[in-house]
Ligand binder design. Sequence first.
Ligand code: EPU
Length: 300
Amino acid sequence: MGGPNRIARELEAREIPCFHEEKLARYTTIRIGGPAELLVRPRTVEELSAVLDLARAEDVPVRVLGAGSNVLVSDAGVRGIVLHTRALDEIRFEEGGLVQAGAGVHFPTLVRKATAKGLRGLEAGVGIPGSLGGVLTMNAGAYQFSIGPLVHEVVAVSLSRGPLTLAGDAIDFRYRASSFGRDLIVAHVRLVLAEDEPRAVRADMDKHMRFRKETQPVGVKSSGCIFKNPEGASAGKLLDELGLKGFRLGEARISEVHANFIVHDGAARASEILDLIDIVRTRVRKELSVELETEIMTWN
Ligand code: EPU
């Protein structure tokens, strides 16, 4: 395909960082994944917009990668462009509890910095290992934390319409989904947080992190919760009740700590994770008549 090569030449001429056949395993929290044909790392909204214009002109598919905490990339990797948001990493604290942060900011880092300034609202989300853009797009959540009510405005780039600013209340946040996604890519976000005592916010953040460590596998190679919770139930609890904790397929296994996580020690392939997902889903369908839907995104 000539498209990605022509795009790469154009990006190189404009000095926008891009990398050929870059292995994605190092950019995902599960540490699995083959190469991206072209990994591009824009540093500004203008660069992000330029990349999307080129992709549209050449009709090359674009996938967005943040912290890689909710994506399973196939062993063969992906063709087209992977837009890595990591360099959109500015954090700016403004008056009145407003914080502006780039899509590539590591969410736990943002939580810690806001907490140190005595800004309240994010502390229950400290254990979410995503990027800010990913948290918005997926409407990630933890305990009582949800990003939606804190969003003042978002600057995003639309593949079809270019850069635009959206007011927080114009954005549709649903369970693990939002109005962002294929056409609309988050560039940066302005959040509005409540002002409080740093020490009080810190105590709450630490409490949430401790609880998460007790109930979820932390610091291991995983993509977080594999399945969405079905209406009125917890997928993890269903899998646990079927005795699936510790169940293995090759190098991949269901976590012993929380049954909605698949973990491995570093040697699993994407195909093993996918096969394990299929086996588990089939068992839940047969034995409980429940259809589980994956929460993670699979790229191939
Ligand atoms: N449970 C078990 N066994 C398990 C897992 C859970 O018995 O193996 C029980 C728990 O003891 C609890 C209930 O099931 O009584 C619910 O579990 P938990 O509080 O862990 O919540 P969850 O519904 O399994 C959701 C999110 C998590 C988020 C937690 C905490 C989904 C799919 N998962 O999990 O999000 O961290 O609540 O708010 O919505 C993620 O999206 O990647 C994720 C980890």
